[in-house]
Design a protein around this ligand. Structure first.
Ligand code: C2E
Ligand code: MG
Ligand code: MG
Ligand code: MG
Length: 288
């Protein structure tokens, strides 16, 4: 009996694995087509100053408009892209789209604030990639200070000395620089001091169970204090409830991003938001 059960369990798992593997293989082969057919697009999630509630900027997040499966989130395809070596090409494509869109907003007199772009390690690990980033600014008529580049902590951990050098070069070009998902890796404090950062992003995992969870309280407060001591802005992501926002504000967190304030949205929806905001500001100025 036990043997029979074992066999069934084995069969069940191997079927699951096969299905997963097949989905993986088919998405991997489709990524090439997606790149040549422009199936990737960017959604933007707005960010706010937690103390004044002012709009400060947004984060660019890639999506895949799949012809049969609908809109896919990065969790579905970026790990596959990472494995198949296409991650840099997708990242470059995102950067092109974001620079072009950001330039349009500026041209239209709609201030988008600082636009954050997520970078994979593959996008900055070669001279050619760095040149591509710099050339992108020229080609699209963009200023570096319009953008923040976000890199995850684990990238910094892989090769700290190289990361320090890269960060200095990107900062010298004029970009703002942030560590994403901060608190999930184990960067040493002395090392953080050597990075020319502008912002730390508290990972969503530490925000989710606020304000109830004592460990997450301790971690988020420690990150906020660390940021303050290093002279960096701290932004919390994944803020979904008023209680979370209240806790973070009281703890001295500078900025927020999360579903409580806004979901990631297509560029045209952001354009509307920016236009409405501009009209409000103009009306307020006319009134005073
Ligand atoms: P991330 O950079 O930490 O981005 C924040 C993620 O949290 C986004 O997920 C966003 O939609 C989600 N989020 C924001 N607020 C909330 C909230 O209140 N509740 C919940 N439950 N989620 C919230 P998304 O868009 O699925 O992206 C996942 C990850 O994929 C990103 O995490 C980032 O690491 C990666 N990614 C996204 N776009 C790019 C890209 O263009 N290039 C690279 N290399 N990675 C990217
Ligand atoms: Mg990010
Ligand atoms: Mg993050
Ligand atoms: Mg994250």
């Amino acid at each position: 009996k036990a043997k029979e059960d074992g066999k069934n369990i084995y069969r069940y798992y191997s079927q699951q694995l096969t299905r997963r593997a097949m989905e993986h293989v088919s998405l991997a082969s489709e990524l090439h087509r997606a790149l040549t057919h422009d199936e990737f697009l960017v959604h933007y999630q707005t960010q706010f100053d937690l103390q004044t509630r002012a709009f400060i900027g947004m984060e660019a997040l890639v999506r895949w408009q799949h012809p049969t499966q609908g809109l896919l989130l990065p969790g579905r395809f970026l790990p596959i892209a990472e494995g198949s070596g296409l991650i840099a090409r997708i990242g470059n494509c995102v950067m092109e789209m974001v620079m072009q869109q950001t330039r349009r907003w500026h041209e239209a007199g709609l201030d988008p604030g600082v636009v954050a772009i997520n970078l994979s390690s593959r996008q900055i690990d070669s001279e050619r990639q760095l040149e591509l980033i710099r050339d992108g600014l020229d080609r699209h008529g963009c200023k570096p200070e319009w953008f923040e580049l976000e890199v995850t902590e684990d990238f910094l951990m892989q090769n700290p000395e190289r990361a320090i050098e890269l960060f200095h070069r990107l900062r010298d070009l004029g970009f703002e620089l942030a560590i994403d998902d901060f608190g999930t890796g184990f960067s040493s404090l002395s090392y953080l001091k050597r990075l020319p950062l502008t912002r730390l992003k508290i990972d969503r995992a530490f925000v989710r169970d606020l304000p109830g969870d004592a460990d997450d309280q301790a971690i988020s407060c420690a990150v906020i204090a660390l940021g303050q001591n290093l002279g960096l802005k701290v932004i919390a992501e994944g803020v979904e409830t008023q209680e979370q926002a209240d806790f973070l504000r009281a703890a001295g967190c500078d900025e927020v991003q999360g579903f409580l304030f806004s979901r990631p949205q297509p560029a045209h929806a952001i354009t509307e938001t920016l236009r409405t905001r501009k009209q409000h500001i103009a009306a307020a100025n006319a009134g005073s």
